[in-house]
Each structure stands twice: as structure tokens, then as C-alpha cells.
Design a protein around this ligand. Sequence first.
Ligand SMILES: Nc1ncnc2c1ncn2[C@@H]1O[C@H](COP(=O)(O)OP(=O)(O)OP(=O)(O)O)[C@@H](O)[C@H]1O
Length: 251
Amino acid sequence: MSTAAIRFENVTIAYDRHPAVHHVSGAFAPGSLTAVAGPNGAGKSTLLKALMGEMPLAAGRIDRGGLAISDFGYLPQAAEIDRHFPLSVAEAVLLGAWKEIGAFGAVPAGVATKAREALSAVGLSGFERRPIGSLSAGQFQRVLFARLLLQDARVLVLDEPFAAIDARTTRDLLEIVRRWHGDGRTVIAVLHDFDQVRAYFPQTLLLAREKIGWGPTEAALSPGNLKRAEAMLERIDEDAPPCAPANGAGH
Ligand SMILES: Nc1ncnc2c1ncn2[C@@H]1O[C@H](COP(=O)(O)OP(=O)(O)OP(=O)(O)O)[C@@H](O)[C@H]1O
């Protein structure tokens, strides 16, 4: 479904010139299913935000393989999503079809049908009118997956999609991830559970501000790499002087 790789070339991303991601190069092959793993503070969310165009690059470049950012479906960390917004479940799912509906447009019948199918696929038929603020964390995550299903994106970028989600919901949502992979979509997900990564994700990028490993999961998560990742982050000095501006900035 996707046609060209998403390439990172010497990507450095910084907050106030303090680099959170350092000189990362590598590629997500079209149709690949990749976990982004690493300790807290490793730069995983920062890397995803840069991929989504939400963070400027201090150096290097990201080649999105000819795709526009609007071709990407993005699930940010739960903490960054406002659930107090007065939206029903159906409205929240329909946001996934904004390209077809536009800002104030009516919902075409085909889109409404697809939205119902997406809700059914995540096990939430009958929840259409419920305010999103009344859902449990797991139910809300199902709604966000339904929205991604409706968006029909070629690349899925998921930041800790199973944090604070019970085993049954995680299993159901992992099944959807597997289906996306089967369709030939590219899936990139930040995960903390190494057992889950080994069971479901053929590729892994292990990050500790720098790239520690990127490739087949067993090799990327070798005992040596895991030790290096821990050691790298222990060595990080948050008060270190800012990184000197490097070879140009860009997206
Ligand atoms: N808005 C910000 N301003 C300044 N520093 C930030 C900001 N967001 C993140 N950082 C710093 O950047 C580094 C990487 O953070 P990031 O959230 O990308 O890590 P992570 O690997 O996703 O961590 P976690 O597993 O805890 O979610 C951390 O040292 C963090 O403190």
C-alpha cells in the first residue's frame, strides 16, 4: 500500500537546543511493522512528533517517501488528548474522515456507514451517542482506533497505544495493528512491553537519544543493546551545554 521508505538522515531534534534525539539515521520500509522502544526519556515521543511535523529538526532531514503528513494517522500519547471536549463517540470517530467531510460539510452516507463499521470493529457498536468524557480509558482508546480505521491512512504512527489498557483491549487493538500490517500499511508504534514487541513487531528501533539498534527485533533488542541503552541514558547530563547548531535545519 505504501510505496517508498520513510527515511531519517542524521536527524537531531532539540528542546531549547538541548538534543533529545541525536543523529538518527535509518529507514522504515514500506509496509513494515516497527516498534520504537527504549527507556523513559529516550526521545521516542519526540521522534514521532518530528515525523508528524510537530517538532522542527535541529539537523538532518526526514524523507516521508513522497507522502504528505495528512497521509499519516497519528495517535499521540493519551496524556496529550483532551477528553473534556464535548464530542459524542460518533463525532470523535468521524473526525477521522475530515478530508472527505471538510470543516462544515454534511456526512456522506458512505462515510457514516464506514464509521459504524469502524466502531463495530473495535467492539463499540451502540456507543455512538455517548459523550467521549464518559468512557473508560480502554473504551476511549478503542474510539481512537476506530477513528484511525476510518481515516484509512497509509502510515500509522502510534505513541504508547496500550499504556493503561487492560489485557483484553490490548489484544483486540493488537489484532487491528496486525490487520493494518496485513493490508501493507506501514505501522510505527512506541511500546514499553518487550514481550509484546517480540511477539508482534518484526522490526524494532531501540532508542536512547541515539539509535542503539534498528532492524529485526531479536537483533535490535539483544542483551548487549539493552545494556547500552540503559547505560546511555544514565550518562545523560540534563544540564550539559546546548548542542552547537549543526549542518543545517529542516523538516
Ligand atoms: N516540551 C519539552 N521541553 C523540554 N524538554 C522536553 C520536552 N518534552 C520532552 N523533553 C525532554 O526530551 C527528552 C525525551 O523526551 P520524550 O518524551 O521524547 O521521551 P520518551 O522516550 O518518549 O519517554 P517516555 O518513555 O517517558 O514517554 C526527555 O529528556 C524530556 O525531558
